[in-house]
Design a protein around this ligand. Structure first.
Ligand code: S3P
Length: 436
């Protein structure tokens, strides 16, 4: 995977303006390869995210006998092998930094007639997997782990999986999707209920492949044995990558930025609601749909922000955007409080700790709590922060330089390529100068 150390220095100041198209949605790109592989017939994917995480998923399916042509860097032709057409891989499947690959694939691989071993990098090997191992075990899966963590060794099950009704303690699309994908192979209807509705890309994309999925607020269900039919998947720009550019314009009064083709699935738009509650001006223009997913252009104009108590009901729909929201809070007048976000502690890094440490190093008053943080807006100083290999932390602090007194040094940035290849180049087009 990324390996090696890459450190950045980001020059202070700038006034973001212009028009930007960030790369494709990571969640949708992963699912396009997975479902395209399990479908009968060809699936054409455009706007695919050619970041390392999604390439791990692609290579894993290639290792299981799926022919995937890279027509361009961002267009794939997936020659689906059908629900029962995967072949046992000759080696362990290395999923790098990607929690989505590991959790979703453990669901569909638990149902195969061959064994697989899923491995990942140091960060992925620290992340909790019991949240998928336990419900899969209730379905009859046989999974060995390293005390609830990767490597995961999945054994074939005689007689197949049994449908379950799973009640998840966390709102997690990875858990929900894992169980639904296993449910495609189970006899009966498998359902997942969660405390808040997590992103619903799996449900939407299964429907695009012709599968009937029942869903309502906080619940989704699928009947096993349904066939997937190859289709076309146009991938919207990733709102989680757009978030760094929303942040950039929102924290610099006078800036004016257009973000094109951004996915605005309502299970993902918490960052827009939270930044607006802080006083940001974000317009939604030209709304349309891309293969069952709502898309629009977002226009952000910079003006003063104020601190808020973030509504905990918005946490699930903004879960990946808190590093950016923490920087917005550092640039706002007054205090911002985040609660109900304990999941941030088990992301690619402990995002509460990593962000609080970084903000503190730059002279911002920030206190971490078990489920969030309190951040008082202030002057961002010059200094160095450690991203701990967390892509979203690195990109958030890069944008913070727009409001800093001097350069910001950011350690351990190679993993930005997991979700946002070309970030530094695109940031330069809006006047954020990142040098390695
Ligand atoms: C994702 C779900 C979220 C998110 C991750 C992508 C997905 O994880 O943080 O970046 O594609 O299903 P959780 O399910 O752990 O909340």
């Amino acid at each position: 995977m990324s390996g090696g150390t890459l450190n950045w220095t980001v020059a202070p100041g700038g006034m973001p303006s212009g028009s930007v198209r960030v790369p494709g949605d990571k969640s949708i790109s992963h699912r396009s390869v997975m479902l395209g592989s399990l479908a009968d017939g060809i699936t054409e994917v455009t706007g695919f995210l050619d970041g390392e995480d999604c390439l791990c998923t692609m290579k894993a399916f290639q290792a299981m006998g799926v022919r995937i042509e890279r027509v361009t860097d961002t267009s794939l032709r997936v020659h689906g092998v059908g629900l029962h057409g995967l072949k046992g891989p000759a080696h362990d499947l290395d999923l790098g930094n990607s929690g989505t690959s590991m959790r979703l694939m453990s669901g569909l691989l638990a149902a195969q007639r061959f064994p697989t071993t899923l491995i990942g990098d140091a960060s992925l090997s620290r992340r909790p997997m019991r949240r998928v191992i336990d419900p899969l075990a209730r379905m009859g899966a046989r999974i060995d782990s390293n005390d609830g963590k990767a490597p995961l060794r999945l054994h074939p099950v005689d007689g197949g999986l049994t449908a379950i009704d799973h009640v998840s303690k966390v709102a997690s699309a990875q858990v929900k999707s894992c169980i639904l994908l296993a449910g495609l192979y189970a006899n009966g209807t498998t359902s997942v209920t969660e405390p808040e509705t997590s992103r619903d890309h799996t449900e939407r994309m299964l429907r695009a492949f012709g599968v009937e999925v029942m869903s309502s607020e906080g619940r989704a269900a699928v009947r096993g044995g349904q066939r997937l039919v190859g289709t076309s998947i146009p991938v919207p720009a990733d709102i989680s990558s757009a978030a760094f550019f929303l942040l950039a314009a929102a924290i610099v009064p006078g800036s004016d930025l257009l973000l094109r083709d951004v996915g605005i699935n309502p299970t993902r738009t918490g960052v827009i609601d939270i930044l607006r509650a802080m006083g940001a001006s974000i317009g939604i223009e030209n709304p349309r749909t891309f293969g069952g997913e709502p898309v629009a252009d977002l226009r952000v104009r910079g003006q003063g922000l104020r601190g808020i108590a973030v509504d905990p009901a918005l946490v699930a729909s903004a879960i990946d955007e808190f590093p950016a929201i923490f920087i917005a809070a550092a640039c706002a007048d007054g205090e911002t409080r985040v609660t109900g976000a304990e999941e941030l502690r088990v992301k690619e890094s402990d995002r509460i700790q990593t962000m609080v440490d970084g903000l503190t190093a730059l002279g911002i008053e920030a206190i971490g709590t078990s489920d969030g943080a309190r951040i008082r807006g202030g002057r961002i100083g010059t200094g160095q922060i450690d991203s701990h290999g967390d892509h979203r932390v690195a990109m958030s602090f890069a944008m913070a330089a727009l409001r800093a007194d001097g350069p910001i040094g950011i350690l351990d940035c190679a993993n930005v390529n997991t979700s946002f290849p070309g970030f530094a180049r695109l940031a330069a087009t809006i006047g954020v100068e990142v040098s390695a």
